[in-house]
Ligand binder design. Structure first.
Ligand SMILES: NC(=O)c1ccc[n+]([C@@H]2O[C@H](COP(=O)([O-])OP(=O)(O)OC[C@H]3O[C@@H](n4cnc5c(N)ncnc54)[C@H](O)[C@@H]3O)[C@@H](O)[C@H]2O)c1
Length: 328
């Protein structure tokens, strides 16, 4: 019998790539997503179209904050054998919008997570892997953020909702001895990326010869992490037991100005940059300390920034026809 896995947020950037990797390993994958409109839905439909080419993939368009519907879906998927794990990647994403619409962030990221962990417990599923974020480190002044660093001072509702989900998962582990692995991702980029994040926006704006809205000086640094490394980290983390929090980050932060320069070099088109003031939800710097991740799951990123951004850029070139229609 095929091994099984449940992936929430399967129409999203990381969920899509994670689902592809499990499908290629022969798993039966149940993908769940509410197909929210936090960015252009055409991209989500392209991802789902690709996933549906695998006959071992099934998809349910439901909201994880709806316990009853979620419970029915778990029930029918778990009937003939339990999945190895639930990988909870569904979340309301994007730091900036979480200031103007906080409610939807807490509903998806806290209530949604609560529903997932309740069902993982109810159906006796062995593992829950949950996506958290480098945003929980707030405006940390540390050179690199270890999982023991301060995380109780978030500077956005997105970060606060993710930190809340981490805390509630800890309580479930203590109460029911569940195996729960929390992964804090650092600025993930790559093919099929997010049109609300800088690599996608900057590449597309450059190729469309449109203005690039740059918040701040461009000297901010991000620990950009390539999607394939994230997917490897997710699948390696499934072997862990107990309660663990791990960073998945490149451990080599890069200035936003370097990202812009690389894009110009690759496209041979000059960026049209329009600077505006940095936003209060944005942090200056992120950098992952991955010592614990190396030790527990022998994970290290293998894609350096120049290589990852070149691959991402080439994907934008190879998919020009439909990508130029995506709203940025
Ligand atoms: N991409 C990054 O750089 C990054 C960094 C840190 C953490 N993360 C986390 O990783 C996970 C995946 O992120 P992503 O970049 O793929 O984002 P994404 O927005 O592309 O994917 C998230 C998906 O979840 C779905 N979703 C949202 N709320 C839902 C709900 N209530 N019910 C069902 N589906 C819902 C959305 O429709 C979307 O397709 C998220 O939890 C995110 O917070 C991502």
């Amino acid at each position: 019998m095929n091994k099984k896995i449940i992936i929430t947020g399967a129409a999203g950037f990381i969920g899509f790539h994670t689902a592809v990797s499990y499908l290629k390993k022969g798993y039966l994958v149940l993908g769940i997503d509410n197909l929210n409109d936090s960015y252009d839905l055409y991209l989500k439909s392209e991802r789902i179209k690709k996933l549906k080419k695998f006959d071992r993939f099934s998809f349910k368009k439901i909201d994880i904050s709806n316990f009853k519907l979620l419970s029915n879906v778990f029930n029918s998927f778990c009937k003939q054998g339990l999945p190895d794990a639930v990988i909870n990647l569904a979340a309301k994403t994007g730091v900036r919008k979480s200031t103007s619409e906080p409610y939807s962030y807490y509903v998806s990221n806290v209530i949604g997570c609560l529903n997932i962990v309740k069902l993982v417990n109810k159906f006796n599923i062995n593992k829950l892997i949950h996506a958290s974020t480098s945003s929980v480190y707030g405006n940390s002044k540390k050179k690199s953020f270890s999982v023991e660093s301060e995380t109780s001072k978030p500077v956005s509702n997105y970060a606060a909702s993710k930190k809340s989900s981490e805390i509630l998962l800890h309580a479930f582990h203590e109460l029911y001895k569940m195996n729960i692995i929390i992964l804090r991702f650092f600025t993930v980029y790559g093919p099929y990326g997010r049109p609300d994040m800088s690599p996608f926006i900057f590449i597309e704006s450059n190729l469309r010869k449109k203005n690039i809205n740059l918040f701040g000086t461009g000297n901010q640094k991000r620990d950009f992490t390539y999607i394939d490394d994230i997917v490897t980290g997710i699948s390696k983390s499934v072997k862990l037991k107990g309660f663990n929090i791990l960073n998945l980050g490149n451990n080599n932060p890069v200035r936003i100005n370097k990202l812009l320069k690389n894009i110009e070099t690759l496209s041979k088109i000059k960026n049209k940059i329009k600077k505006s003031q940095s936003l209060k939800e944005d942090v200056d710097y992120t950098s992952a300390n991955i010592n614990k991740t190396k030790k527990l799951i022998s994970w290290e990123p293998i894609t350096n920034f120049n290589e990852g951004i070149t691959r991402t850029f080439n994907w934008h070139i190879d998919n020009r026809e439909w990508l130029k229609k995506i709203k940025i």
